[in-house]
Design a protein around this ligand. Sequence first.
Ligand code: SF4
Length: 295
Amino acid sequence: MNTIPAKTIITRKQDNSWFGTDFNMNIYKGCCHGCIYCDSRSDCYQISDFDTVRVKENALEIIRDELRKKAKSGVIGTGSMSDPYNPYEVKYQLTRQALQLIDTYNFGVAIATKSSLIARDIDILTKIKDHSPVICKITITTIDDVLSKLIEPGVCTSSKRFETIRELSEAGIFTGILMMPLLPHLTDSVENVLGIIHAAHQSGSKFIYPLFGLSLRSGQREYLYQKFDEFFPQDRLKQYYMKSYGSSYECHSPREKELGQVFTAECNRLGILYKMEDIISAYKTVYDYKQFSLF
Ligand code: SF4
């Protein structure tokens, strides 16, 4: 695996409205999972050769220094620009070692991934959970395993991801689903949304955070359309998207309202959280209370 130079790896965020995370951490640059809708391959991020994973030089030394110097603890988010559980992680275990440092320095962690490899680190996540908030977000966009292998070719099937949620949940780790994006005319059906909710419920998911549509930027858009033509030529998805969304950034599903109603009703019925403030409160409140008690 190639390396790239890095001065910093853990950066403070302007606000913590996204799952209550205070810092961002990206050990790897680029991602080889090949999701056809990936936002991180957009031109605006200027990541050349996005599908090739590179690791930041001296990543663990930098992370150790940065954690040691931070005056205040917080939750470190990882998985926003590349999946921290890419195939190289099996051998190099950099995410695992970063989690060990996060534990040592008493920080919390929020992980977003599509990989079942996260279950390998349940032992460390359990240790972190003893002192700080931990949340695992597994992205699932379709209940259909055949379709998931087409649109997310580098990762395990959706079924395997539900199994992973079960493993994490049974270990007491606060885990749920990022149900995003839902691709108009491909995965935005009521059947798909209900299928995900029901499988989430059976696997012990605490939450589902949805997006009934997708974002499309330059670079990302061209890749998606190329894959539409390759995999679904008969559906004329590219033509539909070009006509409906042009160069729009926010592409809402035409079924957004109906999906939203079905989604909230079923999540309410099954006790699955879906509002950001409720999810944050559920995984963090007990730690805020502990700190308050100590104070
Ligand atoms: S796992 Fe995430 S970062 Fe990697 S290709 Fe898929 S959407 Fe992009």
